[in-house]
Design a protein around this ligand. Structure first.
Ligand SMILES: NC(=O)c1ccc[n+]([C@@H]2O[C@H](COP(=O)([O-])OP(=O)(O)OC[C@H]3O[C@@H](n4cnc5c(N)ncnc54)[C@H](OP(=O)(O)O)[C@@H]3O)[C@@H](O)[C@H]2O)c1
Length: 251
């Protein structure tokens, strides 16, 4: 029997690449997102025995419950949960940002991720087997102007991941937080800048940023570690990205 993984945000970017990689590693993968047609294309590409498209909006707990309940028996025993769905909206200063954008980020990156995890953990604990991989961000550690709620939501994901490890002590369940820096080839910046593709594209010009395949390879490597090894956190940046000095503004 193949192991079952569930990947959220599988309709684009990292999630799609993670599904492709996990299937090539021998998993059968429940691919979840809101855009069903994208998930169906992924299923057509990788095969019905390898991918099960699961439409759900992770901010809506009733949709998550109904989607999980609808899984056929052979797709229910989820061994690997990849909490990848997430988004940033806007890059405005906190005193100018749109509050509804903040709520969308909180509801997706925090509420959606924690609810799905809470729903799937009991079956992992019962079997004393499983792995949770969360998609955090360097923004959860490194502050930058305009990151306000996005960065804070990823700091939550980082600490939630570590606290899960504390609660799961004594079990064989493993938890990892992946914290990428600048990544291209996803819809992330087009979503952040609300369809302003020029602004999104400029961000990556000449940057040789991380690609979805790099994150998919990282997930695959983590999932392939021997049973006694837990990767707690892994921070990944392109070589072109680094750290700046802390600015001091003077009168
Ligand atoms: N790209 C980067 O630079 C970067 C860096 C660090 C961390 N990250 C994190 O990595 C993760 C993936 O990012 P990405 O770059 O691959 O972004 P992306 O290309 O925009 O993909 C985001 C995915 O999340 C799904 N999603 C968004 N809201 C959802 C909701 N309410 N319910 C269900 N699914 C939802 C989208 O699917 P639907 O629209 O079909 O629902 C999509 O599949 C995110 O958590 C992001 O914060 C990205």
């Amino acid at each position: 029997m193949k192991k079952v993984a569930l990947v959220t945000g599988a309709s684009a970017g990292f999630g799609k690449a993670i599904v492709e990689k996990l299937v090539s590693d021998g998993f059968q993968v429940v691919a979840a997102a809101r855009r069903l047609e994208k998930l169906q294309s992924l299923q057509a590409e990788l095969g019905r025995e390898s991918v099960y498209p699961l439409q759900m909006d992770i901010t809506k707990t009733d949709q998550v419950d109904a989607a999980l309940a609808s899984l056929p028996d052979e797709w229910k025993a989820i061994e690997l949960l990849v909490n990848n769905a997430g988004l940033a909206l806007g890059l405005d200063k906190a005193y100018e940002a749109d509050f509804s954008d903040w709520m969308t980020m909180i509801n997706t990156n925090i509420v959606g991720l924690t609810y799905l995890t809470r729903q799937l953990l009991p079956q992992m604990v019962k079997k004393n087997s499983g792995m949770v991989i969360n998609l955090g961000s360097t923004a959860g550690t490194v502050p930058y102007p305009g990151a306000n709620v996005y960065g804070a939501s990823k700091a939550f994901v980082k600490q939630f991941s570590l606290n899960l490890r504390a609660d799961l002590a004594g079990t064989k369940i493993r938890v990892t937080n992946i914290e990428p820096g600048l990544c291209e080839g996803t819809e992330f910046s087009n979503v952040r800048f609300k369809g302003d593709d020029d602004r999104a594209n400029k961000l990556y010009q000449g940057a040789h940023a991380i690609k979805p395949e790099d994150i998919a390879n990282t997930v695959s490597w983590i999932a392939g570690q021997p049973e006694h090894v837990n990767i707690n956190r892994i921070e990944i940046m392109p070589v072109s990205q680094s750290f700046g000095p802390q600015p001091v503004y003077r009168d």
